[in-house]
Design a protein around this ligand. Structure first.
Ligand code: GLA
Ligand code: ZN
Length: 657
């Protein structure tokens, strides 16, 4: 499979006479793949059992003649009106008991048996029809699972499925009552059938029930996807199967969702989404891509890469000259093997009239088309060499959906967010040009010099043992505030003082803690003073050495950051959210101690990333600023794209050795 660049194409939005022009322009631009059909159920089946794939056959063939292959999306995020009319119970129900209506997308209940029956029926017909089409190379299942589903679905069917999921997990209602702590507020259940989906209550909610609900919702989506995977795998054994992920979105656990896909895809919109006006920070764009690579520990596709101004009702800034290309380059730098731009041409109808494509409304090539065309011409020769290439990072950050869910349920501090905390550590290494992998807590840590595991709030005996073994064998581990607090069912543990069974690994005990609602604390590290935010753990070291102490509040003088030698390794504990300066100080201290390898040196705004094959290492550098930047790349790196030792605004280059 040698596909590098493509576009998301909606031939059904345009008169057929235009398709040829589109195909010619795509070929001229260097595109060789399109994704199509992921929302066009009614066009393919306007009435029950009446299939119309001929328009799609035509488009596929025409594009194929211009060297453009097709990835087909299954249109299951848009159940047609004629299905819903007969079975309105397919509409999802939210936590306010409101059944959502028609007129948008994602109006589906994923546990609904009637809907699943329609999906099986339709996907079987679609797979059967396209299985031998030489221009079709693969499938995208549904579209962005979890998108818009945050508060869905709490209908009776989903409630019943939740009850079965719980029955399987806890076996007896007595077990569930004990594990959920239903003795609190008289919440004991006599039978599983009494357990609600977590709709709005009069007051409060049970954190254990909420965590299980979030896990259930994720499992439901994985199962929903599997139904389609099974059909397509059986019928289309030559085609790949993927799904387009959404970075740090969390309705579904992406480690689970990726398991049975050939590779994952991701949708990357650096310009931000229509609900927020701010463009995403470069660091967050990088970490998003690294998380996506980490979900399967494998290179991936971008199925939607920003190609113009983003916006639904409200729009973002116009990407500056060079910026769209540089953002696409960044995706490749972090592990994308193929980049598909969203979308080919800006739509004149529907919700996304202002989510701009490569071509403007008029369909006439303009700046975006030529910029991306040049980009593709420049990149295509190197793309074949880096297919499948992965970085050789020395640092890993543990990413966990359970921890994320638990903090969503109880954030502690008004502004404490799991993803934000994780990214603070990521950024500290990013700014030193040190590559980072995201790994699940089930990963093998032994290949890493340093593992950073923020907010290990939910703790299990297995994970405790795993962290201990890693450090004992020479690994370096950073753990933080709110570690070892709860068991896997979101219940506070009480056998030991915090951080529980990890006390000996860390050589500390947490005497007390303080949620910094309205104040920051001062943190002293040697002669230097910094700030801690949101949380203070008052640390009493046993065997640990103190690196920093509190400089204010009644716990002034107590330890705030510690390090403990444990076996052949060291475990660090950070009892607060370090401000930027403290984070920098701490990470530089550790980078120096471990002599971690920096990819290069440059001013802030210049990013480095590496991918390696068996034959060569590739260093990607890019300039996120609108200023010229100097570069210093040490070692025997040879420039690949051009010979300059500086980067123009939004410029990029690749070095090889
Ligand atoms: C998502 C979806 C696309 C489109 C874009 C723009 O990424 O997958 O279908 O809606 O956003 O809004
Ligand atoms: Zn439902």
């Amino acid at each position: 499979m040698q596909i590098f660049f493509g576009a998301d194409y909606y031939p059904e939005h345009w008169p057929e006479e235009r398709w040829e022009t589109d195909a010619e322009l795509m070929e001229e631009m260097g595109l060789n793949v399109v994704r199509m059909a992921e929302f066009s159920w009614t066009k393919m089946e306007p009435r029950l059992g009446e299939f119309h794939f001929e328009w799609l056959d035509k488009a596929i063939e025409l594009l194929g003649k211009h060297g453009v292959k097709t990835v087909l999306g299954t249109p299951t995020a848009t159940p047609p009106a004629w299905i819903i009319e007969k079975n309105p119970e397919i509409f999802p129900v939210d936590s306010h008991s409101i059944r959502r209506g028609f007129g948008g997308r994602h109006h589906d209940c994923q546990s609904n048996e009637t809907y699943r029956m329609h999906i099986k029926r339709f996907v079987t017909a679609m797979a059967e029809h396209f299985k031998d089409n030489a221009n079709v190379i693969g499938w995208q299942i549904d579209n962005e699972f979890g998108n818009s589903h945050e508060d869905f679905c709490m209908c009776e069917s989903c409630q019943a499925h939740f009850q079965s999921w719980l029955k399987e997990k806890y076996q007896t209602i007595e077990n569930l009552n004990r594990e959920w702590g239903t003795c609190f507020w008289s919440q004991d259940y006599d039978k599983f059938e009494q357990i609600p989906a977590p709709k709005l209550t009069a007051a409060g909610e049970n954190p254990s029930a909420m965590l299980d609900w979030k896990r259930f919702c994720s499992d439901l989506i994985v199962d929903f996807q599997q139904v389609q995977i099974d059909i397509i795998r059986e019928k289309c054994s030559n085609h790949f199967i993927t799904h387009n992920f959404m970075g740090f979105a969390d309705k579904v656990n992406y480690f689970d969702l990726g398991r049975n896909l050939d590779f994952i895809s991701h949708d990357q919109y650096p310009g931000g989404f229509f609900r927020e006006d701010a463009q995403e920070k470069e660091e967050r764009l990088a970490s998003t891509l690294d998380l996506m690579r980490g979900t399967k520990n494998q290179s991936f596709w971008i199925m939607e890469q920003q190609a113009g101004v983003t916006g639904w009702q409200i729009m973002g800034r116009a990407p500056k000259p060079g910026q769209l290309a540089m953002w696409a380059f960044q995706s490749i730098a972090h592990g994308a093997d193929t980049v598909v731009f969203f979308r080919w041409r800006t739509c004149t109808v529907g919700t996304e009239q202002y989510w701009h494509g490569i071509l403007p409304h008029s369909g006439k090539p303009s700046r975006r088309y030529y910029e991306l065309k040049d980009f593709i011409a420049k990149m295509a020769p190197i793309m074949k060499d880096i297919q499948g290439a992965m970085p050789k990072n020395e640092v890993a950050i543990v990413y966990s959906y359970d921890q994320k869910y638990a903090f969503k349920i109880q954030p502690h501090h008004r502004e404490l967010q799991y993803v934000d905390q994780v990214n603070r550590y990521y950024e500290a290494f990013y700014h030193q040009n040190i590559g980072v992998d995201f790994v699940p807590d089930t990963a093998d840590f032994s290949q890493y010099q340093l593992v950073v595991a923020p907010l290990q709030y939910i703790m299990t005996p297995e994970l405790e043992e795993k962290y201990k073994a890693y450090v004992k064998n020479g690994g370096r581990l950073i753990l933080t505030m709110r570690t070892g607090v709860k068991n896997k069912n979101n219940v506070c543990m009480s056998e030991d003082d915090l951080p529980g069974k990890l006390s000996d690994l860390l050589g500390i005990k947490i005497a007390d803690y303080d949620c910094l609602t309205d104040v920051n604390v001062s943190i002293c590290w040697g002669e230097k003073c910094f700030e801690g935010r949101k949380w203070s753990d008052m640390i009493e070291p046993s065997t640990a050495e103190t690196l920093a102490t509190y400089g204010s509040e009644y716990y002034k003088g107590m330890s705030a950051i510690t390090v403990n030698q444990f076996g052949a390794g060291k475990a660090y504990y950070v009892g607060t959210e370090p401000d930027e300066a403290l984070m920098q100080h701490l990470s530089e201290f550790i980078v120096q101690e471990l002599s971690l390898n920096r990819l290069g040196y440059a001013e802030k705004g210049v990013e480095f990333a590496e991918r390696s094959t068996e034959n060569a290492d590739y260093l990607f550098v890019m300039n996120h600023t609108d200023q010229k930047q100097k570069l210093s790349v040490e070692g025997n790196w040879k420039p690949v794209l051009d010979q300059k030792s500086e980067l123009l605004p939004f410029d990029f280059n690749i070095f090889k050795k």
